[in-house]
Design a binder for this molecule. Sequence first.
Ligand SMILES: [Fe+2]
Length: 372
Amino acid sequence: MRRVLSGMFFAIVLVSPALAGESPWAIHLSWQHDPTTTMTIMWRTDPGITESVVEYGPTPEYREGTTGSSHTYTYAGEEVRWHIVELGDLSPGTTYHYRCGAPGHWSPDHVFTTAPEDSPRLTYKFAVMGDSRGGYEVLGTLLGLVAQEGVDFIIFTGDLTDGGSQYEYDRWFAAAESVFSEIPLISVHGNHEAMLPTYFEEFAFPGNEKWFSFDYGPVHFVFLLSISEAYVTEQRPWLLADLRQNRSPWTIVVAHKPAFSADESHGPTRYVLDHWVDIFERYGVDLYFNGHAHDYERTWPIKRGRIDQEGVVYVTTGGAGAPLHRNGRDWWTAVSAGVHHYIVVQVRPHQLRVVVKDLQGETIDRFILSKP
Ligand SMILES: [Fe+2]
């Protein structure tokens, strides 16, 4: 069964992005504001098509429509046009059908589901993965497996492509569109995004898109920019203020570079250890997800430089397609594996249940964080 599905997803990957024409392509969902009541939809068309419309509703008859905007840039002499529509006033925990485009050149029907309102009984799942780089076939296979897990959204830990060129992003979207047109993507910026305009033109995230936070049920998610010491120190006041006002039972931080990693190509990031870890410990961050190291690693909970049950668990997930690194071990290592993989986190009342699976869908790690 697994082999059959795997073949199917390879077929998806190999579809050329140049199918383009007048129909929307590279359709993907994300949030810029509250996940319970908003959804942002982006897509590309030929540059001559300027209308940006999303029709949506409880059925494929849609009933409602919202007009957005489009923007263009020139890459390697070619004009690239992206469209963006943010839907608002949506009902929490509700599945909507939608199509994007404009009269005469609509996308196929897609569906999305808004975040449910927080309640003591709420459970949901999200996935985490990162560092696809040039590994589009691995990315497509992993995303196919993730889609079967029934996750509500997918977090990417950065380094989507090798060099951030439009050609690479076209291939990335060809591998990813079938999933991200129905499951929202939230990413951090990695060093291979290199602050290039392509990344910021192609995705829409909250705030300045470089560091931001939002709540989803009982979890406060914080996304940080870790590509240089200057950015890491610049975010300290923002991070302190954000975590000071946080009242969520759980706090998860996502950034590209590791704090603790025994990956033999990179290892730990000194300036993350120096400028962020004290804040994580002071404000009770539960989990830190990072990419950059091309392996899977989980630390024991760490506080004040030693293993402590009250500490932060650091998880490296940089195995979504990039060439694998030689994974190592250090005093903090609970699990270390040099494999392509993805992570699914099930949020339950009082628990985060984490399962990590490889390219064959086999479990390589599982752990549970519990709170009273
Ligand atoms: Fe990286």
